[in-house]
Design a protein around this ligand. Structure first.
Ligand SMILES: *Cc1c(COP(=O)(O)O)cnc(C)c1O
Length: 405
């Protein structure tokens, strides 16, 4: 399996190449060159798999056994989930009226990022050992990513991790999760300022290409393809848990509400849909509503400032993974995607081209509507869950799922 940049200029890479890159050299994000199509028979076979079983199948589909043989891949994934508290790893709780909650919080730090980061760290470790290399992961965090990244690489032989956290701006429990790990390869710094200000020195470091190369620095944020890949399993697992039978024509449709920040999980769901999973994605955002404006009005423009809400993991101004969504929406048109993203980078504001926006509405609006949320309470959301407006708080590591039995 080859990966191409959404901007179409950088040369294609294999999974290992995508795993170790943040952005592609042309500023784009890596995506599979071709998306496989899962037929009904495959879906039926997968429908009885456990969550780790689904991660294994999806990874095998997108990694290629010449790079990572299946039995070794399976071992890595088992190791990744070995410290999860729930025997199913991910659990679907059934509420009333066909509403369900996908419990993605059973990892060590309780953040849903534990799932994708623990696998990603195993993949990194596998290739680093094989190539006898070492990397230093640099992460800035407001909480969830830092804790989960530390947990996933702590003790790894070929990796060090440096985490910058904004002093006083993380929850107490997350600050403790980060500052109480005693492993030699974990380095945590509390810094003055908020999480935006903390990004500045990190950006400066990564802009110094020679320095990055010399010290083998890498990031582990949600633009990493491996994280997106693993997260596809959330959607498959939710789907199969919600559909008692796959005998109907067409297959039953399941609606998945995705609390969204950088849109990594959303991109994963959209790819899952593209390869044949009959889901309808509902994007849940808070007052940081750039995706809402994009879908409603084609207005992909930066707001003046990040607005702080109760759901700090969703307080994101630039949802980087929307580039993947645009690329898919445009039918893998890297020229359109590049023009769009380069204009956004220049002016921080783009009106989606009409063809693209109308495509969204015509073909995908039914599948990808936006719900605006405002940090109230969960019950409200359960009552109002729908394609228009609801109100919800982001419970760490959940997705609401509706459909099936
Ligand atoms: C990271 C995170 C999000 C945002 O996920 P994306 O994939 O970046 O959209 C939402 N909720 C919680 C609790 C998170 O930790």
């Amino acid at each position: 399996m080859w990966y191409v940049s959404t901007r179409g200029v950088a040369p294609r890479v294999n999974f290992e190449g995508a795993l170790f890159s943040g952005y592609a050299p042309d500023g784009g994000l890596f995506m599979p060159e071709e998306l496989p199509q899962l037929d009904r028979e495959t879906l039926c076979q997968w429908s009885t798999l456990s969550y780790p079983g689904l991660v294994k199948e999806l990874c095998a589909l997108f990694i290629g056994s010449e790079l990572l043989p299946k039995d070794e891949l399976n071992d890595l994934i088992d190791r990744a989930f070995s410290r999860f508290r729930h025997r199913e790893v991910v659990h679907l709780s059934r509420l009333r009226n066909g509403l369900n909650v996908l419990e993605l919080w059973h990892g060590v730090t309780y953040a849903f990022k534990d799932l994708s980061l623990s696998c990603t760290a195993q993949f990194l470790q596998y290739f680093l050992e094989k190539r006898e290399k070492h990397v230093t992961v640099v992460v800035g965090t407001s909480g969830d990513t830092g804790s989960a990244a530390i947990e996933s690489v702590q003790g790894a032989k070929n990796m060090d991790i440096i985490v910058l956290l904004p002093k006083g701006h993380c929850t107490k429990i997350q600050e403790l999760q980060m500052t109480t790990v005693l492993k030699q390869n974990v380095h945590v710094f509390g810094v003055e300022g908020n999480s935006d200000e903390l990004d500045e020195p990190i950006k400066t470091v990564f802009a110094d290409v020679a320095f990055v190369k010399k010290h083998n620095l890498m990031s582990l944020n949600s633009i990493n393809w491996s994280r997106v890949l693993v997260q596809m399993a959330h959607h498959f697992f939710a789907y199969f848990q919600c559909t008692p039978s796959l005998d109907t024509h067409p297959l039953p449709l399941v609606e998945v509400v995705v609390p969204t920040g950088a849109a990594g999980n959303l991109a994963a769901g959209y790819i899952a849909q593209k390869i044949g999973l009959p889901i309808r994605l509902v994007v849940a955002v808070n007052r940081n509503d750039i995706i809402h404006r994009t879908v409603q009005q084609g207005d992909f423009s930066l707001s003046e400032a990040v607005k702080s809400t109760l759901a700090s993991a969703m307080d994101i101004q630039v949802p980087y993974n929307m580039e993947r969504v645009f690329w898919l929406l445009s039918g893998s048109d890297s020229q359109v995607t590049r023009a769009l993203m380069e204009q956004f980078e220049r002016t921080q504001s783009v009106n989606l081209p009409k063809e693209l926006h109308s495509k969204w509405e015509r073909q995908d609006y039914e599948k990808m509507a936006v719900m605006e949320c405002d940090g109230c309470c969960v019950e409200l959301c359960l009552g109002n869950c729908g394609p228009r407006r609801g109100s919800m708080t982001d419970i760490p590591g959940t997705a609401m799922v509706r459909g099936g039995g």
